[in-house]
Design a protein around this ligand. Structure first.
Ligand code: FE2
Length: 392
């Protein structure tokens, strides 16, 4: 951002009201998202190693524009490059009001590096004290996965900026390109349908896959914790077809080069795919899913065929580690809840994942720095890869 704070709201409201947040990094680009106070147009300027250029097109060939949020897609950058980028915002009305952000350094994902470092947050539920502590403790990483339940309930449309783009008035994507995974609370409330305007994506959908060094990451949307037709949803959600669509996509994504043959294979979803107690739930009597059986039923075969090693989730606010077994050859890690206080039963945690050619190490910590859980994966040798035959 330019010198002044983007968060001050003096009598004349600033044109730009959030940091430029870098989301959904890819080998050749990313999406940048920032909020504005009035109808504006935006573009990105980038530079690296003596080259410079700009990204200034939306999917329909228009200059990206919006009255509350701007989202610009950077494409065709060199694989894995470290680029500097800044956002240029121009108000549509009035006397040429313009805002130019500070330069921000962005590392694109690089499938060829030997190492990867990923951090995971989850279930922050608009708790600014927790977000401040997470932001302070989380180091620079290749990717920060915000694994759902950013929100509680989108009861008003004015919560998106302070919840997604400037949580606790921070720029959480500084040195940490961000992937937002949608949790069940992120799809609640009459305004939840607008959340997608604030989320950068790889291919326009809330699920995707990316290879970072030796680690393949698959991000999935587990939807709500009850069936679509549950009366509390008032007809607002359609996650049963979305799960079916993700099942079809998974079979393609997990057989694509780079993903199918990665030494480490991780799945991120807000609601766990496995739980310690899998007894049936009575949705008519206040019951809800602690794990998403509907998602697992749709995705399990593709995940097993791929050779998924570990599913990483939140949702229960209760840390758990469920080892792989014969029926479920992927282990399940579940992280903590929203509370800053490390002694709380719903204490917040953050996960650090470090991978190199020898191993992948996962460490879950509470916000007092104590290690709550750890897990180590051995790399899958290429000859062991459970790669289904493709038709071509
Ligand atoms: Fe939650």
């Amino acid at each position: 951002m330019s010198g002044e704070s983007p968060f001050e709201t003096p009598a004349d409201v600033p044109l730009v009201t959030s940091p430029m947040v870098i989301m959904a990094p890819r080998p050749d680009g990313f999406e940048a998202v920032w909020s504005v106070s009035r109808l504006s147009r935006g573009r990105l300027e980038w530079r690296f190693g003596g080259h410079h250029g700009e990204s200034r097109m939306d999917a329909f060939g228009m200059t990206p524009q919006g009255e509350s949020v701007l989202r610009v897609r950077a494409e065709h950058l060199p694989t894995g490059a470290t680029v500097q980028v800044r956002a240029v915002t121009e108000a549509v009305a009035g006397p040429g009001e313009r805002h130019v952000s500070d330069w921000k350094t962005v590392r694109l994902t690089d499938p060829t590096t030997a190492r990867a470092r990923i951090a995971v947050w989850n279930d922050t539920h608009q708790r600014d004290d927790t977000i401040r502590a997470l932001d302070a403790q989380t180091p620079p990483v290749d990717l920060l996965v915000w694994n759902g339940d950013l929100c509680n309930d989108w009861t008003t449309p004015d919560q998106f900026v302070r919840t997604v783009l400037a949580p606790a008035q921070r720029d959480i994507s500084a040195d940490r390109p961000l992937d937002v995974i949608i949790g069940n609370h992120d799809v609640r409330g009459d305004w939840a349908f607008r959340l997608q305007e604030y989320i950068g994506t790889r291919a326009g959908r809330p699920y995707s896959a990316v290879r970072i060094g030796p680690v393949a990451c698959v991000f999935l949307h587990t939807g709500e914790d009850k069936p679509d037709m549950h009366p509390t949803f008032h007809g607002r959600v359609a996650f049963e077809p979305l799960r079916a669509e993700q099942a079809r996509w998974l079979r393609e994504a997990t057989t694509s080069p780079g993903i199918r043959d990665a030494p480490y294979r991780l799945v991120f979803s807000h609601i766990p795919l496995r739980w310690t107690d899998e007894s049936a739930v009575d949705y008519d009597d206040g019951g809800y899913d602690w794990f998403s059986r509907m998602s697992r039923d749709a995705w399990h075969d593709a995940l097993v065929a791929w050779g998924a090693q570990l599913a990483i989730s939140g949702h229960t606010h209760e840390p758990a580690r469920i080892p792989a077994d014969a029926e479920f050859p992927y282990a399940q890690i579940v992280a903590g809840g929203p509370d800053l206080d490390a002694s709380s039963s719903e204490a917040a945690t953050w996960i650090e994942i470090q991978a190199d050619p020898d191993s992948l190490r996962l460490t879950m910590r509470t916000l007092d720095g104590a290690v709550r859980m750890s897990e180590t994966l051995e790399p899958i040798a290429e000859t062991e890869a459970a790669v289904p035959k493709t038709s071509d």
